[in-house]
Design a protein around this ligand. Structure first.
Ligand code: FAD
Length: 512
């Protein structure tokens, strides 16, 4: 029997490898990497982490058949040609129809495949389905209900049957804006070793056309030096650094954005967790343990942190599993537009968007609020077709994997469906100004909705509400905003729609 280790299952501590199986097959397939115009750091991260894991397995006595092939199928076929009739075992991949596709590949090459439970999450599909169809008693996906159920199941931050501190969710204490003068700790950087350098060179030689294309305006050219953790040892070090230096501030500044500050007090470990280098359970437990021993970690920091990993991450995985394949192409609001070119180039006078795209170009990362309230909010109110912005996130972010990107972008980000969230996350410059220092350095005026230099977020926001009045006015959460829309006369509304059209024209011609 041979354990098939996929590129996002790099662990010896969970799944079949934890049971001591000595033989391993890993396939590094070039074709996978050319599906999107991936950021070079994403490709480097995945392939370097795989090669490091291969070496770690060999050092610990495993026999690893590491195939570097054009397609994944070719890697499996050549392995089975050399080991006829081999029985493979793999953890269930979280991507839609992943297990079925693996069965097809292995069986048509003459092997057999056993797909076992994926142990890299906290909640199993069966447990979620039991809860959802039974105890939840709700036909909608409600994150808050799911989160409370998980707190009870895990016992994290519980005081008997009640949440520690008396409240389940302290999100209202996690929305402080940050003082631009406040110094945030520099996160650790992991300089490329020889293995990573080889991958960097290989990525540059092999995929030059896929990321540094003229077509995308040289999109991912000149990123900063690669710095992401690629081994478990580095990921553990980064986790320790987070607990020591950033966990305390995580809560209050969770939603804050600052010009030129990319990391603030965030974990920065979604890539390592999504690759299997760290288990979400150990990350959460390490953070809780840290908070127990320290007076400076407020409850809203540790609760906010637990909510992200135990709540949102698991919730997204399960709703993706249940809602695919419709989720991937959902377009509830019939949004028709292409993605503006500045998502690739960063060339826009909108200071906030230019800064966050620059951060993506440099390192394939921004934290949650720029993803949601800048990049997605703009695409939502502009009317970008959901699959197009989803594809961009897939290509651009180092932590992007279908099971997590698609529900976040299509469900939460651009309201392509209402199964995951009950309201669209649409906001005007007022929100951005409240949560960041971007507006003060911007050529656009945050207080103007129409006319010269009016911030595009304002007209797009009202235009969006106006265009979708029929479906959104009755929405409990966003409906009350229509009181403001009602106070605008026809002339003002027409000016808003005209300004929104003008913004689309400017964006299309690269002049926004
Ligand atoms: P922190 O902000 O410090 O949070 C801690 C951890 O919680 C993260 O590492 C992550 O593992 C988990 N987490 C928090 N929120 C979510 C969430 N909504 N879904 C899943 N996990 C969550 N996350 C990805 O891992 N991959 C993606 O491709 C991805 N795309 C996103 C696209 C959009 C439009 C949005 C709104 C969110 C997306 N997220 C994605 C979720 C979230 O933004 C990132 O997990 C987080 O920003 C990663 O940075 P961090 O490690 O510094 O996280």
């Amino acid at each position: 029997m041979t354990v098939l280790v996929l590129g996002d299952q790099l662990t010896r501590r969970h799944g079949p490898l934890s049971e001591g199986s000595p033989d391993v097959l890993m396939v590094e397939a070039t074709a996978f990497a050319t599906r999107h115009a991936y950021h070079p750091h994403k490709l480097t991260l995945v392939f370097s982490a795989m090669r490091h894991f291969r070496d770690e397995l060999r050092d610990t006595g495993h026999s690893v058949d590491y195939r570097q092939t054009e397609t994944f199928a070719e890697g499996v076929e050549t392995h089975l040609a050399d080991h006829p009739g081999d029985e493979l075992v793999v953890m269930d991949p979280p991507s839609h129809r992943g297990a079925e596709r693996l069965h097809d590949v292995v069986e048509s090459a003459g092997g057999s495949l056993d797909v076992v439970q994926n142990d890299l999450f906290l909640v199993t599909p069966a447990a979620f389905d039991d809860w959802f169809d039974g105890e939840s008693g709700d036909s909608d996906y409600t994150h808050e209900e799911f989160y409370r159920w998980q707190r009870r199941e895990t016992g994290y931050l519980m005081d008997g049957d009640d949440p520690e501190g008396g409240e389940w969710n302290l999100d209202d204490q996690n929305q402080e804006s940050a003082d631009p003068e406040r110094a945030f700790p520099d996160p650790p950087r992991y300089d490329p070793d020889e293995t990573t350098r080889e991958v960097l060179d290989w990525v540059e030689d092999t995929f030059d056309g896929s990321y540094d294309t003229d077509e995308k305006g040289g999109a991912w050219a000149d990123p900063e030096p690669f710095c992401w953790p690629v081994t478990r040892e580095q990921a553990l070090d980064a986790l320790a650094d987070f607990c020591e230096h950033r966990l305390a501030g995580f809560g209050p500044y969770q939603d804050a954005m600052l010009d030129g500050e990319w990391s603030l007090d965030h974990l920065l470990l979604s890539p390592a967790i999504n690759l299997g280098l760290l288990h979400p359970r150990e990350v959460v437990e390490r953070a809780i343990e840290t908070s127990r021993g320290r007076d400076d970690v407020p409850l809203n920091s540790i609760e906010g942190f637990v909510r992200q990993l135990v709540g949102w991450r698991e919730f997204m995985r399960q709703t993706y599993r249940r809602e695919m394949p419709e989720l991937a192409t959902a377009n509830l609001l019939d949004a028709p537009h292409d993605l503006p070119e500045f998502y690739w180039t960063g060339e826009t006078d909108m200071h906030c968007l230019s800064d966050v795209v620059e951060s993506v170009r440099k390192r394939g990362y921004t934290h949650h609020i720029p993803r949601l309230m800048l990049l997605s909010n703009f695409a939502l109110t502009y009317g970008v077709e959901p699959t197009r912005i989803n594809e961009w996130f897939h290509a651009a972010y180092v932590d992007a994997f279908h099971w997590v990107t698609t529900p976040n972008v299509i469900g939460m980000g651009v309201f392509g469906t209402d199964v995951l969230t009950t309201k669209p996350y649409a906001a005007s410059a007022n929100y951005i100004d409240g949560m960041s220092d971007y507006c003060s350095g911007c050529e656009y005026a945050k207080t103007k909705t129409t006319g010269e230099n009016a911030c595009p977020f304002n007209a797009l926001y009202w235009d969006f509400l106006g265009r979708h009045e029929e479906s959104l006015r009755s929405n409990d959460r966003i409906g009350p905003v229509y009181g403001h829309w009602d106070r605008k006369d026809d002339e003002e509304r027409e000016e808003i729609h005209d300004r929104a059209d003008e913004i689309r024209t400017l964006a299309e011609s690269g002049d926004l």
